[in-house]
Every structure is written in structure tokens, then in C-alpha cells.
Write a protein that binds this ligand. Structure first.
Ligand code: AMP
Ligand code: MG
Length: 351
């Protein structure tokens, strides 16, 4: 079974609406249900439990998602945007136990990615118009203003955590957790499923997914997205409890004066990265794999290997503009290309 990709534009109108479609029995003891979080349709496939257990689990997760959508939103009213306003005013805030772990994780990810994953650059993301759940908004930013903000070097290590009090040494810091919030959300979703006794499930948010167990007597088989055509580059089997996240700057971009710029920003320059690339990471935890996929997109075909190594990634695959595939040998041993596909492949050293 190759998992369907959900084009984001189709979902645009449904933004911020959290709907519970209920659980539908699709096969003997297999249930499917959907929820929305962060503008993405999340599809649950749950096997081997009673319908009631599956339904209750999905309802509880829907509640969690609603909370996350509101309070982890960087620019809509909520706890995060309030904290960002405090930073800009040179103030701090006491932060809820709901948000605090995310800020701690963001600091870890910043360190581990050598600063390429930097959720403190919300100001730059906003300038480029990517403070929108779907298509970019606004006109082309003033490049001098972009350079000036990048020169202030907002970074996660400017953020100071003292107990539950959070402040920033740099007023230019604006948190935006768009690069790993989906991973955190799916980690919480599978934790809930596990706590309710679910042993086999897949939670799929448009190709970013967490698994539990297997699909009965076979592993979960999933597709790796293609940067350009929403098709599938390759498929891979995920073994018990693995996750896979893909990040690409082809999916959300703006075009100004004929120049196409995607939503992945190089924190050092403030500019969208100038290579077209998608990167997929298989790991064990969504928050880490989601952030790593974004960091590898920033690093691109030349820099990804060093960052993957630093972040402890074991399985990575990048696809560039020309369809060339870059991967490590462990990933190469797992992927299966569609019949008749013979892409150019560049294999790195082991991770
Ligand atoms: P993803 O699709 O997981 O790669 O996340 C992309 C989102 O991450 C963007 O829409 C921004 O909100 C945010 N983002 C962009 N560049 C960076 C970066 N260098 N570090 C952290 N987050 C970023
Ligand atoms: Mg990501």
C-alpha cells in the first residue's frame, strides 16, 4: 500500500478546522479516521483493536491537535505569539508545561544541526510571506530589511530558560516551530495510541508519518515524495515504530520577478535556500526526524551528509532538481524504485 499524498492547496479552505470524521471500519479490525492539524489532513490507520478504542483514541488526539494548533501557532493569537511579542519588547514570560518542552527541544535541535535548524527565525519567515498556512502572502520583501534582520542573528541559543520563565537575549528572536511541530504532534498522537493499547497503527500527515508495529503480517510500506510532481520517488518498508519525514522547498514557494523561492530559509543569510531539493529522513522520533529533514533541506546536496551525521540521522535521502538521488548506504539498501525508474544515484559514506 502506498500512502496517498494530500496536496496542500486542496486543504487550504479547511485550514484551522479540526474535524473528527469518526472511525470507519475498512477491513477486519482495521479502522481509518482523519483529523486536521497545522493545515494538514492527518490520516489514522489503526489495526487490531475494537472500534470503540480506536474512536476514543482519535477523539482524544483531535483534542490535543486543537490545543497545539492554537498555542503553538507563531503568528495567530495564542501562547507562542504572546511569547514572541514579549521577546520583541525585551521581556520574558512564564511558559506553560505544554509549550516549555518544545522550546527545550528547539534549542537541542539548533545545536545538533549546527544552527541550520533555527526556529528563532520566525521574523525572517514572516518577511518572506511564509507566515501563512498555505500559499505565501504579501509582496516581495525589502532585501535590505531581510539582510538587516539576518545580521541581528536571531538564534535559539539567545533563548534563556530559567525554570518555567523564558526570555531572549536578542529582541530579533521570533519563534516559529513550523519545521518540527508536525513531528511533535505525531509523536504525541502515537504515544496516546500506545497508551490506549494500540499495537499496530500508522499516522500519516501528507507523507510525514509515524508508525507503531506493522500492517499485520507485513511491514508498513510507504512512499517517499517526489519534489516536483507529487509522485513517489521510491518506496520503503518501515519496521516497528519507525517514522519518516520529508521536507521540500518545492511545495510552498513564492515567485517574484521570475525567481522562485521556497519556504526553507538559510538562517545565516536570511534568504530562501537556492537549491530545489527534498529530503527524507527515517528515524525513531518525529520531532527529531522532522527537524532533521528541514535541516538537510537547508544544507542541500553539498552539505547534507555532515549535518545528518551531526544530528545522528541513520537513513536519509535527498532528491534534487534534476531528479538525482543522494542517500547513505543504509538507506540505499532499503529503498525500492518504481518499475522502470533508473534515477541517477549518489551514495555517500555511511552515517
Ligand atoms: P518543513 O516542511 O518541516 O521543512 O518545515 C518548513 C517550515 O519550517 C517553514 O514553513 C518555516 O515555518 C520553518 N523553517 C524554514 N526554514 C527554517 C530553518 N532554517 N529552521 C527552522 N525552521 C525553518
Ligand atoms: Mg521538518
Amino acid at each position: 500500500m502506498l500512502l496517498l499524498q494530500w496536496p496542500r492547496n486542496v486543504l487550504g479552505a479547511l485550514l484551522a478546522i479540526v474535524v473528527l470524521a469518526g472511525c470507519e471500519k475498512v477491513a477486519d479490525s482495521e479502522y481509518k479516521a482523519t483529523q486536521y492539524v497545522f493545515g494538514t489532513l492527518v490520516e489514522f490507520t489503526i489495526r487490531g483493536v475494537d472500534a470503540k478504542v480506536a474512536e476514543d483514541a482519535v477523539a482524544a488526539i483531535g483534542h490535543d491537535f486543537q490545543h497545539m494548533h492554537k498555542d503553538w501557532h507563531a503568528w495567530k493569537p495564542g501562547e507562542m505569539s504572546d511569547l514572541n511579542r514579549a521577546f520583541a519588547a525585551g521581556e520574558g514570560r512564564d511558559v506553560s508545561p505544554f509549550l516549555l518542552p518544545l522550546i527545550k527541544q528547539a534549542k537541542v535541535l539548533y545545536e545538533r544541526s549546527d544552527g541550520l535548524f533555527n526556529p528563532a527565525i520566525g521574523g525572517l519567515i514572516g518577511m518572506w510571506g511564509f507566515h501563512a498556512d498555505e500559499l505565501p502572502v504579501g509582496t516581495k520583501p525589502d532585501l535590505d530589511a531581510v539582510r538587516a534582520l539576518a545580521a541581528k542573528a536571531p538564534a535559539m541559543d539567545d533563548v534563556v530558560i530559567d525554570g518555567s520563565h523564558v526570555s531572549s537575549r536578542n529582541r530579533a528572536v521570533e519563534l516559529d516551530f513550523g519545521g518540527f511541530a508536525k513531528g511533535v504532534a505525531l509523536d504525541r498522537a502515537v504515544a496516546r495510541l500506545r497508551a490506549l493499547g494500540v499495537k499496530d497503527a500508522i499516522v500519516n500527515a501528507g507523507g510525514d508519518l509515524n508508525t507503531i508495529g506493522s500492517h499485520g503480517d507485513r511491514p508498513w510500506k510507504v512512499g517517499i515524495r517526489h519534489p516536483k510532481n507529487w509522485g513517489v520517488v521510491a518506496s520503503v518498508d518501515l519496521a516497528g515504530d519507525e517514522v519518516m519525514y520529508t521536507s521540500g522547498n518545492y511545495e510552498r514557494y513564492r515567485e517574484d520577478d521570475g525567481i522562485r523561492r521556497g519556504h526553507i530559509i538559510n538562517p545565516k543569510t536570511g534568504m530562501p535556500v537556492d537549491h530545489i531539493v527534498s529530503s527524507s529522513v527515517i528515524g525513531r522520533e518525529g520531532w527529531l526526524a522532522d527537524a532533521a529533514a528541514t535541516a538537510l533541506s537547508v544544507a542541500g546536496p553539498d552539505g547534507w551528509y555532515a549535518i545528518a551525521k551531526r544530528m545522528g540521522v541513520k537513513y536519509a535521502l535527498l532528491v534534487d532538481d534534476q531528479g538525482t538521488i543522494y542517500m547513505d548506504p543504509a538507506m540505499a539498501a532499503r529503498v525500492v524504485f518504481p518499475d522502470g525508474a533508473h534515477p541517477r544515484v549518489v551514495i555517500s559514506g555511511p552515517l
